[in-house]
Design a protein around this ligand. Structure first.
Ligand code: ADP
Ligand code: MG
Ligand code: ZN
Length: 605
């Protein structure tokens, strides 16, 4: 390669040295006056030497060297030429244009660069290992290599992952094997090659994978599935090959493919170039999975929150046959996670992590870590030395409902309406059997939309809801609008979110839980099929006939009307309490569970 470049430079320089450029006419003049000493004639050009001018020679033209010089000229088909050479005693000779002519080399430039580019890609595809990427290739193609990480020591231990004891137990076997592969081999035990970590986002899948490597004290190779899929065709597959090659050299070790659904998606569903690429990558992954021996000391971990889209081929025995599920943590889990993340943070004495854990059902590990961090930020904002319990409460409210909007000024009539609306929710819940206790009422605007909110919290984690409990929630949800109706005699736009949620809940009752008349026990809606990504906003898809759908709509409407009537009736009955709590709320802007309970106790109805 280098030789080629040098040849090119040499010939370019050579061209310049080949001589002064002469017009053909001038060349003939010099020839006629007998000054041309030598001539090398090719098919296109003549090169040679002009001698020192003698007395009596015609003067040199402007720009021409005054002494002897080398010349070149592009000649015109000239029958006379050889005769004239002979006449003037020129030493002449013919030759074919040398291939190293500068011009030719210029044309070859792209040709020369091509292998260079190719080499670059090869470098990237197989050369250097993880971490060796800095050198990469001459053209920086290796850049993306840096995104494949190899950690000698992840620095994470099982102790840093809390609230998923079962998952840790499942993975302890893998750790044991990595620590002492020989013992397992001696017993003839086969350790799974691939372990798939499943769970909703933020439950610590990535963290746990790193902890396995940390506990076993083995290197940790990781790459994210989406990084495999690149525009360069074939690179994704090459990377898989590369990853396994590197890892095998360092066995025992862990290869971790994060977000594996990016490549492991069931094949042949969509079409297009990107998909082809993904498919090749997936195929390569399958080949590699089958290719290495069960006890070679390499264990593949992968994580996803979309297990339902994974290609079945990935999950069959001998591949990712072991699956470890990480779920949103329960109360004990949340308490443990909070404790892990509170380490190294100065906590005031009043901090009650158990209370925080109780108040955060549905929070993932990442949410909790985030809450603690937010609390630390809040504490530092008011120059506190330690994080107080109030900081934590505020941080959680901020995560749930959005940041406070102190600047959003409501008109007095609006504030009044919001206060009654929120009190309506709280009071209905208070008086309904099976509703979750009220945790907090606030009329401080938060986030994008909420002008106020009522937070209700279950006493314990709940995995089942009875029909009565769902209905209690529904009546509570409609309590806001009911209060507006009862107090002001009219309603506002403020209840749109409540109505949306209530409608969805009733629809689910009828279509999914078999609690309605029109569909009976028939399930007539289908999930979007993403068990770990379902949130309150997930919409169901209709899966029934037109006639049934119509009947369902009717019934949903009737049910909603019924719950609303219950809410209105309840508030009318407790009108005095409604006024009292709302007035206090207007004064204080927020009420916590105890203040709310105290107010109602005083009233002594
Ligand atoms: P996932 O990969 O499941 O989406 P991560 O492992 O990336 O989630 O978690 C993000 C962060 O949340 C972690 O770095 C950690 O700080 C915190 N976290 C999540 N789950 C836990 C847990 N079980 N114990 C301790 N911290 C956790
Ligand atoms: Mg992750
Ligand atoms: Zn409301």
């Amino acid at each position: 390669m280098l030789v080629g470049v040098m040849l090119l430079l040499w010939s370019l320089m050579g061209e310049r040295q080949l001589g002064h450029d002469l017009h053909y006419s001038r060349f003939r003049e010099l020839l006629k006056s007998g000054q041309v000493e030598t001539a090398f004639v090719s098919t296109e050009r003549i090169y040679g030497k002009i001698r020192e001018p003698k007395d009596g020679d015609p003067p040199r033209e402007e720009g021409e060297p005054s002494g002897a010089f080398d010349y070149q000229t592009r000649w015109i088909r000239d029958e006379q030429l050889v005769a004239d050479f002979d006449q003037h005693g020129v030493d002449y000779k013919g030759f074919t244009e040398e291939p190293s002519s500068g011009l030719y080399m210029l044309w070859m430039l792209p040709l020369l660069l091509l292998p260079l580019l190719f080499l670059g890609m090869l470098f990237r595809a197989r050369g250097g290992g993880p971490g060796g990427g800095a050198m990469g290739s001459p053209f920086g193609f290796g850049r993306s290599r840096a995104r494949m990480h190899a950690d000698k020591e992840t620095g994470v231990r099982f102790g840093d992952v809390a609230g998923c004891e079962e998952a840790k137990t499942d993975l302890a076997e893998v750790v044991g094997f990595l620590k002492n592969p020989k013992r397992y081999a001696k017993l003839g035990a086969k350790i799974p090659k691939g372990v798939l970590l499943l769970g909703p986002p933020g439950t610590g899948k990535t963290l746990l994978a790193r902890a396995v490597a940390g506990e076993a004290g083995v290197p940790f190779f990781s790459i994210s599935g989406s990084e495999f899929v690149e525009m360069f065709v074939g690179v994704g597959a090459a990377r898989v090959r590369d990853l396994f090659e590197q890892a095998k050299k360092q066995a025992p070790c862990i290869i971790f493919v994060d977000e594996i659904d990016a490549i492991g998606r069931a094949r042949g569903v969509q079409m297009g170039a990107v998909n082809d690429e993904r498919e090749q990558t997936l195929n390569q992954l399958l080949v590699e999975l089958d290719g290495f021996e069960p006890n070679s000391g390499v264990i593949l971990l992968a994580a996803t929150n979309r297990p339902e889209v994974l290609d079945r081929a990935l999950l069959r025995p001998g591949r990712f046959d072991r699956q470890v599920v990480l779920d949103a943590p329960d109360f004990e889990g949340r308490k443990a996670i909070l404790a892990v993340h509170a380490r190294g943070k100065p906590m005031a004495d009043d901090v009650d992590l158990a209370a925080i854990a109780r108040g955060t059902p549905g929070f993932s590990g990442a949410d909790l870590a985030n809450a603690l961090n937010e609390a630390a930020l809040l504490a530092s904002r008011h120059q506190a030395e330690k994080i107080a319990h109030a900081d934590l409460e505020e941080a959680i409210e901020k995560i749930v409902a959005g940041p406070e909007r102190q600047t959003r000024r409501l008109k007095d009539v609006e504030r009044r309406r919001v206060a009654f609306h929120e009190t309506g929710h709280a009071l209905v819940a208070y008086h309904t059997e099976g509703a979750d206790p009220v945790h907090k009422i606030s009329i401080v605007p938060r986030g994008r939309a909420a002008l106020g909110y009522t937070m209700q919290l279950p006493l314990e984690d709940q995995y089942l809801l009875t029909r009565a409990e769902i209905e209690a929630r529904l009546v509570g949800l409609l309590g806001g609008r009911a209060a507006e109706q009862v107090v002001f005699g009219n309603v506002s736009t403020g209840a749109s979110d409540d109505l949306d949620r209530a409608t969805r809940m009733v629809r689910e009752m009828v279509c999914v839980y078999g609690m309605g008349e029109s569909a009976g026990l028939m399930r007539c809606a289908s999930d979007p099929d993403q068990p770990y990504l379902r949130g309150p906003g997930t919409r169901l898809q209709r899966d029934c006939s037109e006639a049934t759908a119509q009947a369902i709509d009717e019934e949903v409407r009737t049910m909603l009307d019924g719950y609303y009537a219950r809410a209105v009736e309840l508030l009318q009955r407790h009108r005095a309490e409604l006024d009292k709590v709302a007035t206090t709320l207007l004064e204080r802007e927020r009420l916590d569970a105890r203040e709310f309970a105290d107010l109602l106790a005083e009233g002594g109805e």
